[in-house]
Write a new protein. Sequence first.
Length: 178
Amino acid sequence: MAEIHILGQLQCAYNFNEPYSLFCRYSFQAGPNWTLVSGYSEGQTSSARADHKNCVVWSQPIDVHYVSKGIQGWPKIILQVYCLDSIGRSWVVGYGSCSIPAAPGQHDIQVPCWVPAATTVTDKLRQIFIGGTHQLTQTDIINLGCDRFKLNTQSKGDIELKVYIVLRNFNQFGVEYK
């Protein structure tokens, strides 16, 4: 079977402009041809506050190993950034996703994040005085994108990933990489 080993870390988030601590929940999604051999397909970083450069450093390690019979349904990483205020409330401040690179070696990935925007005056006032944002009820929209064009969204910050990809036995299935 063909194998992919994904090593690396969820390094940091920047330009979120939130006054509170941020943390990130992540999950790997792969098609039905893919089987997780080792590692955890989902996890969460610790929470941290932004520094003077508006950067939140997490350095969360990632170590996932998949096997597959084909390349259809290549793995993706789904990211949800949460804000944690001083009294323990949390809410989503950004969604993002990206496909894992298909070439072996080191890759630095910048994942842009977005959040559903407040569209009415009532929603905007609620965000200002109570806090929080709109959250997705179906998180499949994040990685599939089939209905995302219907959403009114607002750009947020970026998440930086550093991953090392190790591929094995893909040439037996007619996949060449350079």
